[in-house]
Design a protein around this ligand. Structure first.
Ligand code: WTA
Length: 654
């Protein structure tokens, strides 16, 4: 067993099994059937949704080179908003759908399913009145306020495709995403609020739209939600206040009939190369998979209060704040703030305040709170907690143990859920009543999921092994294409290894058949659970007039999981100063957004290159990781001496 792997095993106590949907035998039986009789299995599962035309065709997919085509339930007709709201009304009109907890601890509100219906219908009518309809793209750039949920569901209701852009992204990043999907309407707020700090969202939108329109785009409308009440510039021909428009429309809006394969949303995510890709998810398969995984993985039962701390700007927010829980008629908590504001007890206080039963967060938050010690946790009760989840990056066993023993008081199973923007929902995860837990392992595949570990040549490795993680068979929540670029879809996910989906992650399978995700094997880094393409940060750095070349890699970071390490070669004659270092950090921050800020910048007179001029990232990674003894063969370098210089001036001193 590897040193970083914990060899602890936590058995499943009978209390967990007795309240859970599934025990181990049932998991195995259902899993086997999901593979051997896949169509039968998913046809049955499709019944969890309400269809205006129930699907008779189940799966129609091809991973064949040159013909990547993924379709599920292709003759089914349904509406996602209907499934998340309307169908619950007869029983749940007065049940809370969304608990909103503000950044300021004195602010919170409960939104019932009836209220959610009315707000969504109004937002949908406001959009319809601006000629937004089926297939149109709507960019949403909102903080974590209920209007973000209304906006997404309003799009779903009228068949428009939402593209939510995380409100921490810069105007340029936003402009890029608006341009790529050509949305003519943006929904934003005056300002966001996080940890007491204001984020100038409307101002960012103004800058982004100016940029888009410069390049012959045309944004017709900007809808502005009043949140902090800050004064903002309004262009009378283009901008309007949401509340004023909502007062002019009714709270009735029929749901558009959507084919199961009609797009539901686009969500941009970073890859190894190029600009972020517009991951496209469709209606039927995505919703079914989000709803089913939400039920089984979190062992969601009627009446549970469920809280996922993600932002709706990421896929976790889409699937597990909104679509999954609401499709199941759950009460879902939406939190505007951050874990350490006003202090390090905030998460646990929110759990006590709203009697949260199921809690889902990211390892980076757990590690940061762990550093603050046990006291901020211990002074809260957390008695309502029953299950806890982790997502976004590998969780190290120390953080897992702390989460389990200190936060969960050793009572609550932890589901370490592995998945991706591309997968739509959770693919590898424990199930609380069925799976013995091993700290740091995402454990076993969910129903219908066939993981394969392959070597560099694509050979499938059996038994206890490690290599690159692929998925051999389609599942309903799989992304369907890269918006506007199907060739890139094939190139990115299906060309490295033929006839399977390549995840970009490294993985190990142990003797018990448990999966351990080891992190990205491509040029994507995972900073606090946020995906960042090294190429994006590099192109931002070289856009600075003092920089001639840049190479960016990840390095281990105690809290963030990975930090951003940038090697920068300056233009001839430019002095490498501390001031310039700060300037470059600020530059990237402004250009892409705070999540892309380099943690460490090393000025490098030269970068290690092959004789054909290719930068050897393997070597740069090892230097950044402080492992100069494992640099490997440097003899193929054009100038091996640059390596010694880089090692000597390495930035992350341990
Ligand atoms: C990583 C987030 C280890 C992984 C849902 C993946 C994880 C990338 C886990 C996707 C986990 C996510 N254990 N690694 N439980 N969950 N990852 O698209 O590298 O933002 O490829 O989706 O996060 O990030 P994304």
């Amino acid at each position: 067993m590897e040193g970083w792997m914990s060899d602890k095993i936590y058995d499943v106590p009978s209390e967990w099994t007795s309240r859970a949907y599934l025990d181990d035998a049932k998991y195995k039986e259902m899993y086997a059937r999901s593979i051997s009789d896949s169509d039968g299995f998913w046809a049955e599962q499709a019944k969890r949704l309400d269809w205006t035309h129930a699907p008779t065709k189940i799966e129609n997919t091809s991973y064949a080179p040159g013909n990547i085509s993924i379709k599920w339930f292709e003759d089914g007709v349904l509406n996602a908003a209907y499934n998340c709201i309307d169908r619950h009304l007869p029983k749940r009109a007065n049940q809370t759908a969304i608990i909103w907890e503000g950044d300021d601890p004195s602010q919170s509100k409960h939104i019932t399913y009836q209220e959610l219906h009315d707000e969504v219908a109004k937002m949908a009518n406001v959009l319809r009145n601006r000629n937004v309809g089926k297939g149109d793209r709507v960019t949403i750039y909102l903080p974590m306020i209920p209007e973000a949920a209304y906006a997404m569901l309003a799009c779903a209701r009228i068949g428009a495709i939402h593209s939510v852009v995380f409100a921490g992204f810069s105007p340029d990043s936003l402009a890029q995403r608006i341009t790529d999907c050509k949305s003519k309407i943006i929904i934003t707020a005056d300002e966001g609020l996080r940890g007491g700090k204001k984020v100038p969202l409307k101002k960012n939108v103004d800058a982004a739209v100016a940029k888009v329109n410069e390049k012959a785009g045309n944004v017709d409308w900007v809808v502005v939600v009043k949140h902090t009440g800050a004064a903002v510039d309004m262009d009378p021909a283009r901008d309007f206040w949401y509340r004023e428009a909502a007062e002019m429309v009714t709270n009735e809006c029929p749901c558009e009939e959507m084919n199961a394969e009609d797009p539901l949303f686009i969500l941009y995510t970073s890859g190894s190369t190029g600009t972020p890709k517009g991951v496209l998810h469709t209606t039927g398969g995505y919703l079914l998979f989000a709803s089913m995984t939400h039920q089984y993985v979190f062992d969601y039962h009627e009446g549970d209060i469920y809280w996922c701390t993600a932002d709706v700007g990421w896929v976790t927010g889409h699937s597990y704040i909104l679509y999954g829980p609401l499709a199941n008629g759950a009460t879902t908590l939406m939190f505007e703030g951050v874990p350490n504001y006003p202090d390090n007890s905030r998460f646990w206080q929110v759990i006590d305040k709203h009697k949260v039963n199921i809690f889902y967060t990211a390892p980076t938050a757990i590690r940061a709170l762990m550093q603050a010690g046990d006291e901020p946790v211990k002074k809260t009760s957390r008695a309502s907690l029953r299950l806890m989840g982790s997502v976004g990056e590998p969780i190290n066993p120390e953080a897992w143990e702390w989460y389990y023993h200190v936060v969960g008081d050793g009572r609550c199973p932890i589901v370490d859920t592995w998945w991706q923007t591309e997968t739509g929902g959770i693919l590898i995860t424990p199930l609380p009543g069925a799976t013995k837990l091993k700290p740091g392992s995402a454990t076993r595949p969910f129903f219908g999921v066939v993981p394969e570990i392959v070597d560099a040549d694509g050979k499938v490795l059996e038994g206890e092994t490690s290599g690159n993680l692929c998925i051999a068979k389609s599942w309903p929540g799989q992304m369907r294409t890269v918006y506007g670029d199907h060739e890139r879809f094939e190139q990115t996910y299906f060309s490295t290894y033929k006839n399977k989906y390549f995840t970009g992650d490294g993985c190990r399978r142990d003797a018990d058949g448990y999966y351990w995700i080891t992190g990205r094997v491509d040029d994507v880094i995972n900073v606090s659970g946020h995906r960042m393409g090294t190429a994006e940060v590099e192109s931002s750095l070289v856009a600075h007039d003092k920089v001639s070349e840049a190479a960016v890699v990840g390095y281990p970071h105690d809290i963030k999981g990975q930090g951003i390490y940038a090697y920068v070669t300056l233009m001839n004659g430019v002095e490498p100063t501390e001031e310039l270092r700060k300037e470059l950090v600020a530059w990237v921050r402004k250009d892409i957004g705070p999540i892309a800020s380099p943690d460490l910048i090393q000025f490098a007179p030269g970068l290690p290159k092959t004789r054909s001029g290719k930068i050897m990232r393997r070597i740069l990674r090892k230097i950044a990781e402080d492992e100069p003894s494992s640099l490997g063969d440097t003899s193929t370098l054009a100038d091996p001496a640059v390596v010694d210089d880089l090692v000597e001036k390495r930035q992350n001193k341990k």
